[in-house]
Design a protein around this ligand. Structure first.
Ligand code: GDP
Ligand code: GDP
Length: 437
């Protein structure tokens, strides 16, 4: 099930990032506090009344290396919002009259036909609020809020989620492995998808995804069924497509959400870039199975050490993703593309492995014996037992006498032991520490 996307737009200084932080703060799902995961301040997950969604602060999208006026930037940000979001929140400053920029953005949004909610921000005194002027934007009733104080933000969210598409059941059979290819523009996603589908003579059909405008491809390989999730309008690239692809990753996020296994592409002729790290960070946090696919290997001048060197570099750059297997391919020549599905099957299986509590705990005793937990101010952490509570990703709860005594390094030790014993290759694992009373 992919999460709806909510984009925040508006001219500078109206309070977009304040609202963004307000919406993201405190509501964010618990993610691992592992160092090294690259986070982006543009995208956050949030939740309201049980509906999960992703928020984008378009004001934070920077158009680097480009000489653009503020109004061009705002227009582009609005275009990106229109392209990517299910619902758009237009923030205006209720303490001041409307400006030509507000009108310009409103006009762009009106033409799009997308649902828009107007947040009239910086309202601190709700008894004195005058909103008549803002109706002239032609986008419905403005909702007065104070982003700084969090006032009325709930009403705003009620409106926002009322526009979400209705929740649908997962559209595919759970036995079908769903694959998403992600990575920065030009890394070879479309080429890889074509190479994968090209090999399959059996069925190549386009399945209209439930997600707006996504076209998934179903195919069969050696009797097994797969779905390739269309990531970035891979088969048709218009101007907006390129624009959004260049500046954002929310398309990839949607695809990641709906997938079982993520193929994270890296350009072998260029190495790991900052953008790769961000995209990989999202993939990691999603808990899905991950394969690092180094593409364009045909372009790399090689000797017998090149692959090892590249692999080592990836491990250093993407330190949080040690668990992901790598495959060096060329989507162009087809080199090793035939090995990919085997790896996909393996990683999908690892990501949904279940270990019995009895099996884990026989080992836990050994682990604790080999490396006893350290004491803190005279008190010693006691590991009572560990039990697996979920799959995709494998999630464990470790019951202890006092969670405060669990140090990061000891948690890391336990995670490493779980991996050593059970593998979970290509899969993140989560270990949650709880008090046993
Ligand atoms: P952005 O450029 O649209 O992202 O705006 P910011 O979130 O950076 O906010 C711009 C300024 O408006 C900052 O000084 C904020 O503290 C202020 N601001 C944001 N929200 C409110 C609000 O609800 N009330 C008041 N009084 N000031 C606000
Ligand atoms: P996308 O933007 O990630 O979907 O990337 P494309 O699949 O459109 O590929 C971008 C460019 O890289 C195109 O010109 C491809 O022909 C080229 N390309 C993709 N894969 C390979 C590869 O394995 N080797 C070489 N030499 N070029 C490739």
């Amino acid at each position: 099930m992919s999460k709806p996307v909510v984009a925040i737009v508006g001219r500078p200084n109206v309070g977009k990032s304040t609202l963004f932080n307000r919406l993201a703060g405190g509501l964010v799902a618990i993610v691992e506090d592992r160092p090294g995961v690259t986070r982006d301040r543009l995208y956050r997950d949030s939740e309201w009344l049980g509906r999960k969604f992703t928020i984008i602060d378009t004001g934070g999208i920077e158009f680097k290396n480009e000489q653009t006026s503020i109004s061009t930037q705002m227009r582009r940000q609005a275009e990106i919002a229109i392209e990517e979001a299910d619902v758009i929140v237009l923030v205006i400053d209720a303490q001041n009259p409307l400006t030509p920029e507000d009108e310009m953005i409103a006009q762009t949004l009106r033409r799009s036909g997308k649902p828009v909610v107007i947040a009239a921000n910086k309202v601190e005194d709700f008894s004195k609020v005058e909103l008549y002027e803002f109706y002239s934007l032609g986008l419905g009733e403005p909702i007065p809020i104070s982003a700084v104080h969090g006032m009325n933000v709930g009403d705003l969210l009620d409106q926002v989620i009322s526009y979400f598409p209705s929740e649908q059941e997962e559209e595919y059979d759970p036995d079908i492995i769903k694959i998403a290819a992600i990575g920065r523009p030009n890394v070879g996603k479309s080429s890889l998808v074509n190479a994968l589908l090209g090999e399959e003579r059996v069925i190549v059909s386009n399945v209209p995804g439930t997600t707006r405008d996504a076209i998934d491809s179903a195919f069969e390989h050696e009797g097994k069924h797969y779905i390739l999730i269309d990531t970035a309008g891979m088969r048709r690239k218009g101007r907006i497509e390129e624009l959004t692809e260049r500046y954002s990753v929310s398309r990839s996020l949607r695809a990641v959400d709906r997938s079982d296994v993520v193929l994270m592409l890296i350009d072998g002729s260029e190495g790991v870039t900052e953008q790769d790290k961000k995209i990989a960070g999202y993939a990691h946090e999603s808990g899905k199975g991950i394969i690092l696919v180094v593409n364009k290997w045909d372009l790399v001048e090689k000797d017998e050490k090149t692959m090892n060197r590249f692999e080592k570099d990836i491990r250093e750059q993407l330190g949080f993703m040690q668990y992901a297997p790598t495959l060096f391919i060329s989507a162009k020549t087809g080199q090793r593309v035939n090995r990919l599905l085997e790896l996909v099957d393996f990683v999908a299986e690892q990501n949904s492995t279940r270990i019995t509590t009895a099996t884990i705990n026989t080992l836990v005793r050994e682990w604790v014996h080999l490396n006893p937990p350290p004491t803190d101010k005279g008190r010693r952490l006691k590991i009572l037992y560990i039990t697996q509570v979920g799959v995709k990703p494998p999630t464990f709860v470790c019951f202890v006498n006092d969670p405060e005594l669990m140090h990061f390094s000891y948690k890391r030790y336990l995670e490493n032991q779980l991996r050593k014993s059970f593998g979970f290759e290509g899969s993140p694992i989560h270990l949650v520490v709880r008090q046993k009373d």
